[in-house]
Structures are given as structure tokens and as C-alpha cells.
Design a protein around this ligand. Sequence first.
Ligand SMILES: [Zn+2]
Length: 117
Amino acid sequence: MYALLEALSSVLDIERNDISGCLHKIVDNSNMIYAVMLYDSVAGGAGHVRRIASKDGQAFAKIVRKAIDITKNCTCSPSCYNCLRNYYNQKIHDLLDRRLAYQFLENYDGNAERVEN
Ligand SMILES: [Zn+2]
């Protein structure tokens, strides 16, 4: 989630503190399903996160690629202020592992498509 937020900020030139996210998990038929939710943290929303959902999926694909680049090309272990850490997530710095982040994200590298609800 933090890799995606850093990438979103970088790729779409959004102030990092204007976007945020949370993790959600649900149990469905005894399967654990995790969701990453990204949202605008500015009052009323600025439409930043909505820009990920381009019709051709290119914006999301580009953000995933950038998130992989950020986490894979850093040299720290397990994370640092150049990849996943920031002032706001300091309570969980020890849990943020850039290697786990890019290993997860690489499953989503490639073409993406927008699903209409
Ligand atoms: Zn790092």
C-alpha cells in the first residue's frame, strides 16, 4: 500500500500527503481476501485517486511499475525513507519490508483493465 501511494504521488505528480490508504481484509468461504484502498485525504476529495482508473488501465499499470521500481531499486533492508517509510507510518516502520512489497506487486505487473460496476 505504501509503495503504491509513493508511486501514485510520483507518477501523477500528487502531493504525497493529499492521498492515503488502508488495508482491508475479509473472510469469504474461509478464504482470506485482502484489499488495498487508496483515497484522497484532502477534504471533499480532489479526484487524485480516481485518476488511477483510466479506461485503458495504463495509469494503474504505470503506478504498479513505479511502485516495483521504488521498492526493488532501493538498497535498504527492510525499508527506509526513500522507499516505504514516512513520518505518518513511523509506528509500523519495522513491519515495512520493501522486498515483500515488490514480490507482491510483481504479480500485478502488466496490462490492467478497468472493470465497470
Ligand atoms: Zn529503502
